[in-house]
Design a protein around this ligand. Structure first.
Ligand code: SF4
Length: 358
């Protein structure tokens, strides 16, 4: 079954660690984008009836209610089983939840990142743990119990102790789904750039060492599992039955249609992206499609799932060499016809997965 991704790239501030195509734009640009996004969805030739939708960004919880409902109406069929709205803490009210539920939203994903005020201020975030607590309660009370909370390991100034504090909050709030990302040091974020050039702005000189970040991640895996929130993908953890149906489509190579800035689409054979700058998106003409190698992607993407994959006979033969190498090295486990990452392989998965791109 297929999914729909809708990008709303507007934020109240640009967080220093963020490498998404998102930011603070003028009202004029925002309104032009909103009109273009609606036109793009309305004019789309739907090849399937979507089962999931995901509003990402950016901060879709800042989206005007009428636009959100219009976009939902532009999705054909009435079979949507999961509709997620990414929310920035501090943007959730009783009225907004009522509107979201009324439009068909049934899952909220909160970009909390940390529950420690010092860490949040350092990266440009304005919320507090108390705000998240109050908003999670509101979401539950007003019909959105399916909540996911995101954390990032590797933020400036993070310590073992402060990480325990964030995990204590997860325990207290008991969400059904948690995502734990590792801060990516790359040139696409101001903080990443500063770390690369050895500077100190944005707290870049206080980003924890890789070994500590790995330890924080492993600690999260252990603590979440003790709470019954099990890892089902490298960065994603859920109580049984609360996994994100939409995100599972990406890892299982099911089709999805993406709309808006830097949105990705996949029809089962081809993959394509819309432009990643607002100017280019607003002047969008055609988008080139790339035919994908489903064998490579089956390994590269599918192995992110803790359940692993069931390679086809052709794939066993084609990838015999890297499979053998990593099974012998203890990084891949073979269980009958399935292949999965071993627990020690998760943090070095990029090196392993790269081997399946030929
Ligand atoms: S982390 Fe979220 S809120 Fe911050 S700039 Fe990126 S998309 Fe916006």
């Amino acid at each position: 079954m297929a999914g729909v991704y809708i990008s709303y790239p507007f934020c109240a501030q640009k967080c220093s660690f963020c490498n998404f195509a998102s930011g603070v734009y003028s009202r004029d640009k925002r309104e032009r984008y909103e009109a273009a996004l609606f036109e793009e969805m309305k004019g789309h030739e739907w090849l399937w009836r979507p089962e999931t939708a995901y509003f990402g960004g950016g901060t879709p919880s800042l989206m005007p209610a009428d636009l959100l409902c219009k976009l939902m109406d532009a999705i054909p069929g009435d079979g949507l089983r999961e509709v997620t709205l990414e929310c920035a803490p501090g943007t959730i009210t009783r009225d907004s939840i009522r509107t979201w539920v009324g439009c068909g939203i049934n899952r909220a994903s909160l970009g909390v990142q940390s529950f420690v005020t010092k860490e949040l201020r350092q990266v440009g975030r304005r919320h507090t743990a108390a705000v998240v607590e109050a908003e999670v309660r509101l979401l539950r009370d007003f019909g959105l119990p399916n909540v996911s909370l995101d954390l990032i390991a590797g933020l400036p100034g993070q310590t073992r102790q402060s990480w325990e504090e964030s995990l204590d909050w997860i325990e207290r709030l008991a969400p059904p789904h948690v995502s734990v990302y590792i801060f990516e040091i790359d040139e696409d974020s101001r903080l990443g750039n500063e770390v690369i050039r050895g500077g100190a702005r944005y707290g870049a000189n206080r980003v924890p060492e890789d070994e500590l970040v790995a330890e924080l991640y492993e600690r999260a895996v252990t603590r979440l599992e003790a709470l019954g929130i099990r890892r089902y993908e490298i960065s994603n953890f859920a109580r049984p039955g609360w996994e994100s149906r939409h995100n599972l489509k990406y890892w299982k190579l099911e089709p999805y249609a993406g709309f808006g800035l830097d949105a990705h689409s996949f029809d089962g054979v081809h993959r394509w992206n819309s432009p990643d700058t607002l100017e280019a998106y607003l002047g969008m003409t055609g988008i080139g499609r790339t035919r994908i190698d489903t064998g490579e992607e089956h390994f590269f993407i599918g192995l992110r799932l803790m359940n692993g994959i069931e390679p086809t006979p052709e794939e066993w033969a084609r990838f015999a060499q890297p499979i053998q190498k990593w099974v012998h090295g203890g990084m891949l486990e073979q269980d009958g016809s399935r292949l999965r990452l071993s627990s020690q392989a998760v943090l070095v998965s990029n090196d392993i997965l790269q081997d399946f791109i030929q």
